[in-house]
Design a protein around this ligand. Structure first.
Ligand code: GLC
Length: 536
């Protein structure tokens, strides 16, 4: 089948005005009562996404996987994991989504495969195997130890000795996830073909897993020790990851993929998982038009939710991105605690302010399933852990299951995610008020707020294209203008606060009683209230 992947207004590619939505497939909707969410379940829930106003969905990996890391260990880049569906189901999903104006993006994992991928099975079979050079192999040091000091981002050495050939292979994650060798031209060509395979099926783009680390230092040099300026992870591992990732040559691959993406009539979007500082993030956009279309902003995602920090991350991002580049804003994903827990600490007022912020910044917001109903992390007991990191590090680190628990569609056993008598693959949290059905009929709910904000965004050109300009505000308040006439104000303090010298009327406030309220000379917001207003 050949879906269109949609059209876009001239000069304004679709992904710039889109609101994107991440679907963690195994936990979204289970259509066949096996406790695992699947592609058919997404088809069943397209109505929800259309009603909410979502323009594009990014699906966590759908490809064949032994699930050492739940799909992020791929054993066939063109085959669908049987418990998630088939290629035919996927084609129907693309067609069904297309009818509703929703584009489908996939997750691609180019840094590593599963150890069970036939490429790796071949590669490890002998020193002269045809695919030997598709992975990163190296001899032990003279004393038999690993080739260098690199550590895996999941902890422990990034090298595992393989008995068959006596060489070590590299893995920046689990040992079941061997890293591909992106210096090998055949690997590059193979991925071009994989991208085309999915683009030709109507896929509108890819979220590229750990795209900043796919190319490694050709000489496999030791990483230098971490310095006090380095981030938390570098401190934790005691080294700065300058040679096992973030190499300049990664940009050649991204430029190549951008050209490929733009060789289609309707340009496909490349969204990078780029866990780097803002200055470096900017480099993944290339000159603003020749690398990633969107790059996930981890300094924003991980910032504490206070006015000074959030404002400065956004200002920094605005200042560093090359002309023509377009930011992406997200508050949660399947690896990070959900924003209703992390930023809002369970306080609905803060969660509502966070949602308004995400939908009103200049750039493309990416919501994670459940963000729209204010879903919080649900801590999973040790017996129910599924994430290999939780299993390995419990109780020091409980892993990522708490942010991957099933989507509550309605109250009651199974929560509409699965049938009442099926045990979901991860436990369902409380379904009481935090469920789609309940919130859809409540004009004051987080879900209604999300939908109304998305509608407003669609109707308000300033919210789509208007410049971001910080507005001077009292301490604890973060205010900005979009274009000339739209004002966004977040009172991120514990007391009432007043922004002076402004007049207009509120379009939407997180306290919905204030929608439509006019203000003359000053706008006063109560603790953790936020509003978007038209100013005169
Ligand atoms: C990315 C994914 C994460 C996965 C890792 C290894 O960070 O988001 O879930 O474990 O890559 O593929």
């Amino acid at each position: 089948m050949t879906a269109t992947a949609g059209g876009s207004a001239p000069g304004r590619p679709w992904w710039r005005s889109a609101v994107l939505y991440q679907i963690y497939l195994r936990s979204f909707a289970d259509s066949n009562a096996d406790g695992v969410g699947d592609l058919e379940g997404v088809i069943d829930r397209l109505d929800h996404l259309e009603w909410l106003g979502i323009d594009g969905i990014w699906l966590s990996p759908i490809t064949l996987s032994p699930n050492a890391d739940w799909g992020y260990d791929v054993a066939d880049y063109r085959g669908v994991q049987p418990d998630l569906g088939t290629l035919e189901t996927f084609d129907r999903l693309v067609a069904g989504a297309d009818q509703r104006g929703i584009r489908v993006l996939l997750d691609i994992v180019p840094n590593h495969t599963s150890e069970q991928h036939p490429w790796f099975v071949d590669s490890r079979s002998s020193l002269t195997a045809p695919k030997r050079d598709w992975y990163v192999w190296s001899d032990p040091k003279a004393d038999g130890s690993a080739p260098n000091n690199w550590v895996s981002s999941f902890g422990g050495p990034a090298w595992t000795l393989d008995g068959t050939t006596g060489q070590f292979y590299l893995h920046n994650h689990l040992s079941e996830q061997p890293d591909l060798n992106w210096w090998n031209e055949e690997v590059r060509n193979e991925f071009d073909a994989i991208l085309r395979f999915w683009f030709d099926r109507g896929v509108a783009g890819f979220r590229i897993d750990v795209c900043n680390i796919i190319v490694k230092d050709a000489r496999l040099r030791d990483n230098p020790p971490a310095t006090p300026d380095d981030d938390f992870e570098a401190q934790l591992f005691g080294q700065r990851p300058v040679y096992n990732g973030n190499r300049p040559e990664v940009h050649d691959v991204l430029r190549r993929w951008r050209l490929l993406a733009e060789s289609y009539d309707t340009p496909r979007a490349l969204i990078g998982e780029t866990p780097v500082k803002v200055e470096e993030l900017a480099t993944y956009y290339g000159d603003g038009s020749d690398e990633l279309h969107l790059a996930f902003n981890f300094p924003f995602l991980t910032a504490p939710f206070d006015a000074t920090t959030m404002r400065s991350v956004v200002e920094d991002t605005e200042a560093h991105l090359p002309p023509g580049a377009w930011p992406a804003w997200t508050g949660s994903n399947h690896d990070m605690s959900r924003f209703s827990s992390r930023w809002a600490e369970g306080d609905p007022a803060k969660a509502r302010a966070a949602l308004l912020m995400l939908l009103c910044l200049r750039g493309t917001p990416v919501l994670y399933q459940g963000d729209e109903i204010g879903l919080e992390d649900f801590p999973v007991s040790q017996a129910d852990l599924r994430d290999p990191l939780g299993v390995r590090y419990w109780p020091a680190y409980a892993g990522r299951d708490a942010m991957r628990t099933p989507m509550p569609w309605r109250d009651g056993p199974g929560g509409g995610f699965t049938t009442a008598d099926t045990r979901p693959w991860l436990p369902l949290g409380p379904t009481g008020r935090c469920n789609v059905e309940h919130q859809r009929s409540d004009p004051w709910s987080m879900l209604t707020l999300a939908r109304d904000l998305i509608v407003l965004r669609r109707q308000t050109p300033e919210l789509q294209t208007g410049r971001y300009v910080t507005v001077t505000a009292p301490e604890g308040v973060w205010a900005w203008r979009r274009g000339e006439r739209v004002l966004v104000v977040l009172n991120m303090s514990e007391g009432e606060s007043t922004l002076t010298g402004t007049r207009g009327h509120i379009h939407i406030a997180t306290n919905r009683e204030r929608d439509g309220e006019s203000f003359d000379k000053a706008l006063t917001l109560r603790a953790w209230e936020a509003a978007i207003a038209e100013i005169r």
